[in-house]
Design a protein around this ligand. Structure first.
Ligand SMILES: CCCCCCCCCCCCC/C=C/C(=O)SCCNC(=O)CCNC(=O)[C@H](O)C(C)(C)COP(=O)(O)OP(=O)(O)OC[C@H]1O[C@@H](n2cnc3c(N)ncnc32)[C@H](O)[C@@H]1OP(=O)(O)O
Length: 290
C-alpha cells in the first residue's frame, strides 16, 4: 500500500513538473463523431497542449496528431516522457480517437533520443525514475490499441528511432541530411533488448544485427530499402500521405486489428511482466563517464 502511495506521489509530482495543461471544460469523453459516416458532420478539431507536446484531435476522422515541440532537438527528457505518456493515455481513453500520427514541430529533427543530460550527474532515484519513464513510454506506445503512424520529418537517432519503430507504420521525408537508426554502439553503449527486439521485428535479424553492431545511422533511401521505414515522401506530401495511410488502417474493424497487433507484439508482454531492473548509478556513470 505504501509502495502504491509512493508511486502515485511520484507520478503526481512528475505531472506537476511537466506542466501538462488540460482544457478546463474538456468533457471526460469526447463525442463519438469518429463512428459517424464521413461527411455527415463538419470537421471538428480539439487540441490540448503542454510544454513539449501539442495534440490535435480531428473528431470527424478519429485521428489525432501529436507534434513534438521541445527545442532544440526533441530530446526525451523525464518531463517529455511524462507528457508523452499522459497525452497518449488521454487519447486512448477518448472514444473519439482511433488513430495517432506522431511528428515533429522542430525543423530537421524528429527526436534526438534519450536526453543525455538526464543520465549524467544525477541521483540513483533520478536514474530509476528516468529509466521507468523510458520503459513506460515504450510499453504504452508499442502496446497501444490506436493505429499509430510515425511521420518522420527529421533525423531520428537511438530513442527517437525507437519511437518510430514502436508505431504501426513509418513514413519518412526524403532529405539527404536526415538519418535514422539505433546508434548506441557508436556511443559505447548497448541498446536494451527491447530496443533490439523492436528493431528486429521491423527489419529482420540479419539487417538488425549488422546495423546494431556497427551502430549505424541510415540515410533515408537505405532505411527504406531495409524496411526500417515503410515509405519515403517529399516533405510537402508527408501529412497527406500519413492521413491516407491512416484511412487505410482505420477502414478495418478495430477489434480484429487490435487483437492481431497484440498477437504480433509479444515482446511487449515480456518486458511488462519481467520488470527489468533499473541500471545502477555506477552503470550510468561508467556508461557516460560522468
Ligand atoms: C533494463 C535495461 C538495462 C540496459 C542498460 C542501460 C545502460 C544505460 C544506458 C541507457 C541508454 C541506452 C539507450 C540509449 C538511447 C538513446 O537515445 S541515447 C541518445 C542518443 N542520441 C544521439 O546520439 C543523438 C545525438 N544528437 C545528434 O545526432 C544531433 O544533435 C541531431 C539530433 C542529429 C541534431 O543535429 P543538429 O540539428 O545539428 O543539432 P546539434 O547542434 O547537434 O544539437 C543542438 C543541441 O542539442 C543538444 N543535444 C543533441 N542531442 C541531445 C540529446 N540526445 N540529449 C540532450 N541534448 C542533446 C546538443 O548538445 C546541442 O546543445 P547545445 O550545444 O547546448 O546547443
Amino acid at each position: 500500500m505504501a509502495a502504491v502511495a509512493a508511486a502515485a506521489g511520484t507520478f503526481a509530482r512528475r505531472m506537476a513538473r511537466s506542466g501538462v495543461l488540460f482544457p478546463r471544460s474538456s468533457p471526460q469523453v469526447w463525442p463519438q463523431a469518429a463512428r459517424q459516416p464521413p461527411g455527415l458532420l463538419p470537421a471538428q478539431r480539439r487540441a490540448f497542449s503542454n510544454n513539449k507536446i501539442l495534440v490535435e484531435l480531428d473528431t470527424s476522422s478519429g485521428v489525432a496528431t501529436m507534434k513534438f515541440k521541445s527545442p532544440p532537438v526533441n530530446s526525451l527528457s523525464l518531463d517529455f516522457l511524462t507528457e508523452f505518456c499522459i497525452s497518449l493515455e488521454k487519447l486512448e481513453n477518448d472514444r473519439a480517437c482511433r488513430g495517432l500520427i506522431i511528428t515533429s514541430a522542430i525543423p530537421r529533427v524528429f527526436s534526438s533520443g534519450l536526453d543525455i543530460t538526464e543520465m549524467c550527474g544525477k541521483s540513483t532515484e533520478h536514474y530509476a525514475e528516468f529509466w521507468r519513464a523510458v520503459q513506460e513510454m515504450w510499453i504504452r506506445l508499442y502496446g497501444s490499441n490506436l493505429v499509430t503512424v510515425a511521420a518522420i520529418n527529421g533525423s531520428s537517432p537511438a530513442g527517437g528511432c525507437l519511437i518510430a519503430l514502436s508505431c504501426d507504420y513509418r513514413i519518412m521525408v526524403e532529405n539527404p541530411k536526415y538519418v535514422i537508426g539505433l546508434n548506441e554502439a557508436q556511443l559505447g553503449i548497448v541498446a536494451p533488448f527491447w530496443f533490439k527486439d523492436t528493431f528486429v521485428n521491423a527489419v529482420g535479424h540479419r539487417a538488425a544485427e549488422r546495423s546494431l553492431q556497427l551502430g549505424l545511422l541510415h540515410s533515408v533511401p537505405e532505411a527504406h530499402r531495409m524496411g526500417l521505414v515503410d515509405e519515403v515522401v517529399p516533405e510537402e506530401k508527408l501529412q497527406e500521405k500519413a492521413v491516407a495511410v491512416m484511412a487505410q488502417w482505420l477502414a478495418l474493424p478495430d477489434h480484429a486489428r487490435q487483437l492481431t497487433k497484440s498477437m504480433m507484439r509479444k515482446t511487449f508482454r515480456t518486458l511488462s511482466s519481467s520488470h527489468p531492473k533499473t541500471p545502477s548509478r555506477s552503470h550510468f556513470q561508467r556508461t557516460w563517464r560522468c
